[in-house]
Design a protein around this ligand. Structure first.
Ligand code: PBG
Length: 331
């Protein structure tokens, strides 16, 4: 009579497996991060991120329409300016590339999707840090908060629905919330990067944005060794007014995603970052992994770990695969 417990009974055919499947990934769960480059005259593939483009304003609009048609839940825009300075002034300039692009995309698909903006200075500073530096060359937390506030106002004015403060300054959520509210932007949401780790997996992204950084971000991003600290920042960000929280990177941090899903009162996102994208693409290129199966497995794992939302460079392609599998079902 042994074995009496037979889990294989529920795996014996596709219909049973479908019936007992616990986790779903739908296009609406996915957010596509996109890059727009100032002055670009044609879209250019990012060498370290095959399949991901530096967009022109026009190609960004077209790609946004395409991603929304594929059913993605949202778009997250990053800007690559042609000029940088010590305070990242193009970030708050209404004519700065990110703000111009937000207006473009808002006009195109603003009513049909959730438009998000990266609220951080690293693309805009000539030293590549996420904030401004003091006389000793250290990132000045509180002066940076004021600049984040100005950047946030410019993004909200440009039509972003959700701002993603990703610089890991203390108090950034509270400071930005206060600035937005004082200007009447009560309805602009904040996706707080509560747990953003100082990670090697950002390498390809830094190529993508021509990062000027020398050194590292260890005085503001979290130590990969720490989990408790993530819980503390999640609680703090929610108390400061975060509408959603995000864990970044994703795949090496599924324990943090799970832990956050258990304590968070607000939706939880996981950001599958550039290095996670590029390592799988590199293996696919060599014929070592099957792209579609591998990507969908990673997205399923992140949803199973507790992520309500996944930010991923595969969002539009994955949305199309998912629709194919469900016979064209949109959401
Ligand atoms: C910094 C920022 C980073 C990413 C987006 N914004 C991390 C960093 O460079 O430290 C990483 C995104 C990715 O790797 O996909 N504000």
């Amino acid at each position: 009579m042994y074995p009496s417990v037979r889990p294989r009974r529920l795996r014996r055919n596709a219909a049973l497996r479908r019936l007992v499947s616990e986790t779903e990934v739908r296009p609406r769960h996915l957010v596509l991060p996109m890059f727009v480059r100032e002055g670009a005259t044609e879209p250019v593939e990012i060498p370290s991120m095959p399949g991901v483009l530096h967009h022109t304003r026009d190609s960004l609009r077209a790609a946004a329409v395409d991603a929304v048609a594929a059913g993605v839940g949202g778009l997250m825009l990053f800007g690559v300016p042609s000029e940088r300075d010590a305070t990242g002034s193009a970030a708050a300039d209404p004519d700065g590339i990110l703000n111009v692009a937000l207006r473009d995309v808002a006009a195109e698909v603003g009513d049909d999707t959730v438009l998000m903006a990266d609220t951080c200075l690293d693309e805009f500073t000539d030293h590549g840090h996420c904030g401004v530096l003091d006389d000793q060359g250290n990132v000045d937390n509180d002066r940076t908060l004021r600049l984040y506030g100005e950047m946030a106002l410019a993004q909200a004015e440009a039509g972003a629905h959700v701002l993603g403060p990703s610089g890991m300054m203390d108090g950034q959520i509270g400071a930005i919330r206060e600035t937005l509210d004082a200007a009447g932007f009560h309805d602009t949401s904040l996706l707080a990067y509560s747990a953003k780790y100082s990670s090697a997996f950002y390498g390809p992204f830094r190529d993508a944005v021509d990062s000027q950084l020398s050194g590292d971000r260890k005085t503001y991003q979290q130590d990969p060794a720490n989990g408790r600290e993530a819980a503390r920042e999640v609680g703090q960000d929610i108390a400061e007014g975060a509408d959603m929280v995000v864990i970044k990177p994703a795949m090496s941090y599924t324990d943090v995603v799970r832990q956050t899903a258990e304590i968070s009162e607000v939706p939880v996102a996981a950001y599958q970052v550039s290095g996670e994208y590029s390592m799988i693409e590199a293996a696919v290129e060599r014929g070592w992994l099957d792209r579609r199966r591998t990507v969908l497995e990673t997205l399923t794992s992140l949803r199973r770990s507790g992520a309500d939302i996944v930010l991923t460079y595969w969002a539009a392609r994955a949305a199309r695969w998912l629709r194919e599998e469900s016979g064209g079902d949109a959401a």
